[in-house]
Design a binder for this molecule. Structure first.
Ligand SMILES: NC(=O)c1ccc[n+]([C@@H]2O[C@H](COP(=O)([O-])OP(=O)(O)OC[C@H]3O[C@@H](n4cnc5c(N)ncnc54)[C@H](O)[C@@H]3O)[C@@H](O)[C@H]2O)c1
Length: 374
């Protein structure tokens, strides 16, 4: 009798390469003819249960990466950060080892993988601005796809076969329904989302061909900070995310907050998003490593709270928390902004035992603490 994992592996292998033959009786495979390539992949996908201890974190000096590094160190992982510091801060990696380098540099990657023996990779490094990706898609395909391939090729060449990848809700585009589950259709509306989806697909094929096991985490809107650890978004960068922009208006650093469109099909006409605390995101990565140790293949999970907040609700909550006036101006919609993006994260909750522990109030309070002091 085959165990559940083998049955699930077989089903996946046939879905990906359906040129075999599988007889199922009362829900159980009784007879299978496999193409040799599929058989080899199955063999490779069995061998990933070595304990994960030493992690390479690409982009670990950035916003989400640095919070995750902080948690990894607390959980006693050995952490090496590889970051070109284009948007990251070297102070943010704490006691982790920092290697300053660029994923475009294959020699630097080869040197790193020869020197250090990693059990798994967490891959945050990317270019992340949606509007910029529309104006300059070349930068996004280069950094998020081509440079990511350099990383995967270094993994394959050096026998490292486990990776957690920072994907995004941007892969869904304008969803047909909310909350969005992982089986929803993916039609990205901008190059940023396209590059994230492309990399997820590359991971699937690298899994089948080279035995790379992956978990892609599709984050919704990351927000919040950890001011007590000196961690938050880099204040020297121009912010396009809503909460830092609203707080800038509360601090008087900008004259007002632009609200892009008030005629959406939502309760108050403004866009609704699922804001997830960066510490809950960091926690999902720790659990993903544990899952990766037991689960072969390429798997995808949403990471969000399942709760949506409109732009006006964020502004109201910020007024209440900061006690400041926040001038706002209603302007035209931005092209490509979906009305509502809210996660169904039941798969993550069920399979990882994960639950969001921070609410919107804690997101705004921690961001306020961080932003007024930096
Ligand atoms: N912030 C969000 O709300 C959000 C939502 C969904 C997905 N994501 C994804 O999460 C990941 C982290 O996002 P973030 O908000 O922390 O962004 P960030 O810009 O703060 O972090 C990215 C890090 O990667 C580094 N980096 C970029 N290109 C590199 C390269 N070629 N070589 C080496 N280092 C490089 C940067 O210096 C930075 O430290 C990204 O992959 C992003 O697409 C973020």
């Amino acid at each position: 009798m085959l165990d559940d994992q083998t049955i699930s592996d077989l089903a996946k292998a046939f879905a990906a390469a359906p040129d075999g033959f599988l007889v199922v009786d009362s829900g159980h495979p009784t007879f299978a003819v496999l193409p040799y390539q599929v058989y080899q992949t199955l063999k490779k996908t069995k061998s990933n249960n070595k304990k994960i201890k030493k992690i390479l974190v690409t982009g670990g000096a950035g916003y989400i990466g640095s919070h995750t590094v902080n948690l990894l160190l607390k959980e006693d992982f050995e952490v090496v950060v590889f970051d070109n510091l284009s948007t990251g801060r070297k102070e943010a990696v704490g006691d982790a080892k920092l290697v300053v380098g660029d994923l475009a540099d294959k020699d630097a990657l080869e040197k790193l993988f020869k020197k250090e023996k990693f059990d798994a990779i967490i891959h945050f490094a990317a270019s992340i601005e949606v509007e910029e990706s529309v104006a300059n898609p070349a930068k996004y395909y280069q950094n998020n796809v081509a440079n990511g391939l350099n990383l995967l090729d270094a993994m394959v060449a050096n026998g490292v076969n486990r990776i957690v990848f920072s994907s995004s809700a941007a892969v869904y585009g304008e969803p047909e329904k909310n909350p969005i589950d992982e089986d929803s259709v993916c039609v990205p509306t901008n190059p940023y989302g396209e590059t994230k989806l492309a990399f997820e697909r590359i991971l699937k094929w690298y899994g089948l061909a080279y035995g790379i096991h992956s978990i892609s985490l599709r984050y919704f809107n990351a927000a919040g900070s950890m001011p007590e650890a000196g961690l938050g978004y880099d204040r020297s960068l121009k912010h396009t995310h809503l909460i830092p922009r609203v707080l800038d208006a509360a601090l008087g650093k900008t004259a007002e907050i632009n609200v892009f469109g008030k005629d959406y099909d939502t309760s108050d006409g403004t866009c609704v998003r699922d804001y997830i605390h960066v510490l809950d995101l960091a926690d999902a990565h720790i659990r993903a490593l544990a899952k990766l140790q037991k689960t072969p293949g390429a798997n995808v999970y949403n990471v969000g709270t399942g709760l949506g907040s409109s732009v006006l609700e964020i502004i109201d909550a910020t007024v209440e928390i900061t006690g400041r006036m926040i001038p706002m101006k209603i302007t035209d919609r931005r092209p490509g902004d979906p009305a509502k993006l809210v996660a169904n994260s039941k798969k993550l909750q069920k399979e990882f035992g994960w639950k969001p522990r921070h609410d919107l109030k804690s997101i705004i309070e921690s961001s306020w603490e961080w932003q007024k002091n930096t």
